[in-house]
Design a protein around this ligand. Structure first.
Ligand code: SAM
Length: 244
């Protein structure tokens, strides 16, 4: 059988394409791309002549049998999204599962990813972290999701569009309180910028200029410190037993 390669692509800076990614895209039989016109620009830049097939969120189910058949016939396939890691807030997961079910080797390549790139320069505690991706757009669903995250102690990483980022920061403040947060804008590009401050401060900073692509990171909830005098002894003992 062939191999399914998962190939990350730059999130704004073509210099971040790895030589292994170029070599893989060059040598596979076909590239399954989220947007073939977008990926064609990348292929042109690196002189890659491999043919493409579209694979995006609206044709995933229809395409999977076709791609699995090619793999079973011995063709290697590389899957790419528009930017960054496939499957990370992008198409890919269902194809990976179908390949695993069909006993087809799945080989991931390391490479660009907006969330981790943002996290390591944020100054927020890097682990544990929770990668959330995009929150629901609908206000009621978003509020419910944020309420559930309010006691999360891990640093949280979100993706958001420039059109909604200020509003979302406001919703986060309502759910979490005025926590420390960082917005990473235009990573790897000319106007890369890190905005650090409380959620209210970030809203003020971005009020009139929320252009570009954003990763929003929010500090986790402080570890709960029960007051020994107010916690019944039996519960204190149980908590100690539970924490070993
Ligand atoms: N697969 C990608 C990855 O591995 O990071 C994520 C794709 S998702 C559809 C696009 C979102 O990622 C954007 O809305 C933004 O939140 C974030 N993003 C992508 N590129 C970025 C960049 N250069 N700077 C900041 N955020 C970026």
């Amino acid at each position: 059988t062939g191999t399914l390669y998962l190939v990350p692509t730059p999130i704004g800076n073509l210099g971040d394409m790895t030589s292994r990614a170029v070599e893989t895209l060059r040598t596979v039989a076909v590239i399954a791309a989220e947007d073939t016109r977008n990926t064609q620009k990348l292929l042109n830049h690196f002189d890659i002549a491999t043919k493409q097939i579209s694979f995006h969120e609206h044709n995933t189910q229809a395409r999977i049998p076709e791609l699995i058949a090619k793999l079973q016939a011995g063709e290697d396939i590389a899957q790419v999204s528009d930017a960054g890691m496939p499957s990370i807030s992008d198409p890919g997961h269902e194809l990976v599962n179908a390949a695993i079910a069909a006993d087809i080797p799945v080989v991931p390549l390391p490479g660009p990813n907006a969330g981790l790139t943002a996290l390591i320069a944020s100054g927020l505690v890097p682990q544990p972290f929770l990668f959330y991706g995009f929150l629901p757009r609908k206000a009621s669903e978003q509020r419910a999701a944020l309420t559930e995250l309010a006691c999360q102690q891990a640093t949280m990483i979100f993706y958001e569009s420039p059109y909604r980022v200020v509003k979302t920061l406001g919703a986060m403040q309502a759910a979490f309180g005025d926590r420390q947060a960082v917005a990473a804008r235009e990573l790897t590009k000319l106007h890369e910028e890190f905005l650090r401050g409380r959620l209210s401060e970030l809203q003020a900073m971005l009020a009139d200029t929320a252009r570009g692509e954003f990763v929003v990171m929010v500090a986790g909830a402080p570890a709960a410190t029960p007051q020994p005098s107010t916690v019944p002894l039996a519960e204190q003992v149980a908590a100690q037993v539970a924490s070993g």
